[in-house]
Design a protein around this ligand. Structure first.
Ligand code: FE
Length: 354
């Protein structure tokens, strides 16, 4: 009897021939899916651990493109619908609001994100969910020269325009997003007339024309070039943690206040993230934003720049933030402050705030 040859039906043969091909192509698809293209305006050392832990937990590899905020925005604009960007990390609500208005993001409807991130720290526009989420907060504080200014002279933003502080105030450009967002918040609280009068008074109180960044303002307040400065909290925290003698000297000369503790609270801004409008890896992008709201990621994300986590229960072990203490936060929706930026800019032009 002839041996029965090992035979396959035609269907079986086809399947046998195609199987490795199918396996290879679905593997390729899986590998392709396990990637996330991140455009980031952040560059802190703790971010390395942040990204590595995400890849470890999910198998999703992160391709990162670092630029400053303007660089990220310009790149997205130039790439248009062909952009490989999946997730975008930006700093400041004014920039996030503007990018959303320019259709660079897409709505994300995540129960987890809505539960973890307070409503006042995320986008509040209609249509399918928020377009961006805050992941860390920074306070816009007032720093003063201890030799010449009493904390009671500067315990509200309004007092920056008080005639008794004439010739003492210094700030960075009024048009910088940090100031646009603060002034946009003031517009929500005070209304247009009082806000413009306040900005005019602030300009009249300036010790010098706006120049430099927030750290330059803090140093000017310490040196006596001005006496009172507006700055984001992390710039002060950075100086407080520095061991350089010149920084120690600066910190020894200044005090700071969290403004408006008896009224609406101190203005806080955010570093935030969004899913790109043309994201090719949407599920991975949402997973990454959700990961950023987790306890451990919150710690890395905030501490990388001496900021506070948006998830209130998460504690950061940071001596400078510890020393600054707790304060009453302005819980006005940060999106509303950001959306006022065009109106604020018109006011700045009218009152001559450069
Ligand atoms: Fe900054």
């Amino acid at each position: 009897m002839a041996p029965v040859p090992f035979r396959l039906s035609r269907r079986g043969l086809l399947a046998a021939l195609l199987a490795p091909l199918l396996a290879a192509s679905s593997l390729a698809a899986a590998a392709q899916d396990k990637v996330l293209n991140l455009y980031s305006a952040r560059h802190y050392q703790t971010d390395e651990a942040l990204y590595a832990n995400f890849t470890k937990a999910t198998g999703i590899k992160i391709n990162r493109i670092d630029a400053d905020d303007a660089g990220v925005i310009n790149r997205l604009k130039a790439e248009g619908a062909a952009s490989p960007a999946d997730v975008i990390l930006l700093v400041d609500a004014a920039r996030l609001t503007k990018a959303a208005a320019d259709s660079m993001f897409q709505p994300v409807n995540s129960a987890l994100l809505q539960q973890r991130i307070p409503a006042y720290l995320r986008d509040n526009s209609d249509g399918g969910g928020p377009q961006w989420f805050g992941f860390s907060t920074r306070a816009r504080i007032i720093v003063y020269n201890k030799a010449t200014v009493q904390p009671g002279d500067v315990d509200t933003y309004q007092k920056l325009a008080d005639p008794k502080n004439k010739g003492k105030v210094c700030t960075r450009s009024g048009s910088h997003p940090y100031n646009l967002t603060l002034f946009g918040a003031m517009l929500q609280h005070l209304g247009p007339q009082a806000t413009e009068a306040w900005l005019k008074g602030l300009v009249e109180n300036m010790a010098r024309a706006p120049k430099g960044g927030d750290t330059d303002q803090i140093k000017a307040a310490a040196s006596g070039e001005c006496q009172i400065a507006l700055a984001n909290s992390y710039y002060l925290a950075r100086l407080m943690r520095s061991t350089k003698p010149e920084d120690v000297e600066v910190v020894s000369k200044i005090g700071f206040v969290f403004p408006n503790q008896q009224s609406f609270g101190t203005h806080v801004n955010i570093a935030g993230g969004a899913v790109a409008k043309h994201a090719k890896h949407r599920a991975e992008a949402v997973a990454f934003l959700e990961y950023l709201s987790g306890d451990e990621a919150q710690r890395y994300f905030a501490d990388g720049n001496n900021e506070w986590p948006v998830v209130a229960s998460v504690k950061v072990n940071n001596p400078a933030l510890e020393a600054m203490g707790k304060f009453k936060v302005d819980t006005l929706p940060i999106a509303d402050a950001g959306k006022n930026q065009a109106q604020v800019q018109q006011m700045l032009d009218r009152v001559g705030f450069k």
